[in-house]
Design a protein around this ligand. Structure first.
Ligand code: GTP
Length: 373
């Protein structure tokens, strides 16, 4: 699997992480907008009611002041209008307060005063009627100023209370937003960390797997890897009804070389041999070191003639190698056994054993030659 699948997996993880981060960012944005709107919606209507109601004491005072002037004048229309609007606004503000999140204890005294004002409204109406009937305006102004005072105090108290509460709530929302943001960052960090750890684990597992399938000396595949690939290629050849060829290669008289030049020189020769094979084979072919100086090449979609051609090419290449490439003062020859299978009747084990027999014949026939099963 490897590099390609690993890259694909990395991309998938990166994509997943980006999506997750995007969703989190969207969620935070959505939450922040909603949080702000929530704060505004909660108090905006109440603040507007209170601000509108704050005009009543001002208008009342203005009307009463005109009754106190040297030429007293009764603005009957405005007073009647206030008598009608003051209780209405008191009801509206009371309703808004009850529906708000405010602590009822905080606005209880303001509400008491407003209710008292409501109770005094009929009395105020009597005084207006008396003044209209010709009585002195003293009673009307006395009660009027008391009501004006009560309304001013109650509304300014409520106004301040609502603003403080709105500011507090906004602060709480901001803190909450930061906390959620931090939480999301933390979650992203943890998820990111987990993904990285998973990738690292996967990479290490792949490295271990690669090591377990590689030949340490030459870097080629080992016998286990050969069997794995052989199974795949054999199935593929059956499915597509294509020929699959196998070549077994065995260096000639390698023991002598080892004995005369030493083991390290033998190792260098083995590496040179592996390189030479790799230079000759196609990309679709697979080569493995299956024993000391024994190698195997799998050639998918290759008929017997093609396999023979490649075998001979390798043989001549090896015979032509000289000391600088071999890393040892010697010449080298190789014997090869070939076998080709095609169709349902061909089993890989029998293909291998036919190639082995052909190799045995090559050795028996004087070495440095290729024999076909
Ligand atoms: N340097 C080195 N030698 C190895 C390695 N693995 C196996 N050998 C040696 O390869 C030699 C193989 O010898 P034999 O099996 O007798 O074969 P041969 O001498 O090549 O004779 P023929 O195959 O009949 O031509 C042995 O001496 C092994 O010790 C290795 O990794 N490095």
């Amino acid at each position: 699997m490897s590099q390609r699948h690993y890259r694909a997996l990395s991309w998938q993880m990166a994509l997943g992480f980006t999506l997750l981060a995007g969703v989190c960012a969207l969620a935070i944005g959505f939450y922040m907008i909603n949080a702000r709107q929530h704060v505004g919606a909660n108090y905006a209507a109440l603040v507007a009611d209170v601000v509108r109601a704050q005009q009543h004491p001002v208008l009342l005072r203005h009307t009463l002041d005109r009754l106190q002037s040297p030429t007293p004048q009764l603005d009957q229309e405005r007073l009647e209008n206030l008598l009608w609007r003051i209780p209405q606004h008191i009801d509206g503000v009371t309703y808004g307060l009850e529906r708000s999140q405010l602590d009822s204890g905080a606005y209880a005294s303001a509400l008491d005063r407003l209710r008292r004002v409501e109770e005094q409204m009929p009395e105020l109406q009597h005084h207006i009627d008396d003044v209209l009937g010709g009585a002195a305006p003293d009673g009307l102004t006395r009660l009027g100023y008391v009501i004006e005072n009560e309304l001013s105090w109650a509304y300014s108290e409520l106004n301040e209370l609502i603003h403080v509460a709105a500011a507090e709530q906004r602060l709480t929302m901001e803190r909450l937003t930061w906390a959620i943001g931090a939480l999301v960052v933390l979650v992203l960090m943890v998820v990111g960390g987990l993904m990285l750890a998973l990738l690292r684990l996967h990479r290490e597992r792949e490295a271990v797997k690669r090591l377990s399938l590689a030949d340490e000396l030459t870097g080629l595949g080992n016998r286990r890897y050969l069997l794995e690939v052989a199974g795949r290629l054999h199935e593929q050849s059956l499915r597509n009804n294509q020929p699959l060829s196998i070549a077994l290669l065995d260096l000639d008289l390698f023991k002598e070389l080892n004995d005369s030049l030493g083991h390290p020189a033998g190792d260098r020769v083995l590496k040179a041999f592996a390189n030479a094979i790799q230079e000759e084979i196609r990309q679709a072919d697979f080569v493995a070191r299956i024993g000391g100086e024994e190698f195997c090449i799998l050639m998918p979609d290759t008929p017997s003639e093609g396999a023979f051609e490649l075998a001979e090419r390798i043989r001549h290449h090896i015979a032509g190698l000289t000391e600088p490439t071999l890393g040892a003062p010697t010449t080298l020859t190789v014997s090869l056994g070939l076998a080709t299978g095609q169709g349902q009747g061909s089993h890989f084990d029998s293909l291998y054993s036919r190639a082995d027999k052909a190799l045995y014949r090559a050795k028996a026939n004087g070495r440095n030659c290729t024999r076909v099963a």
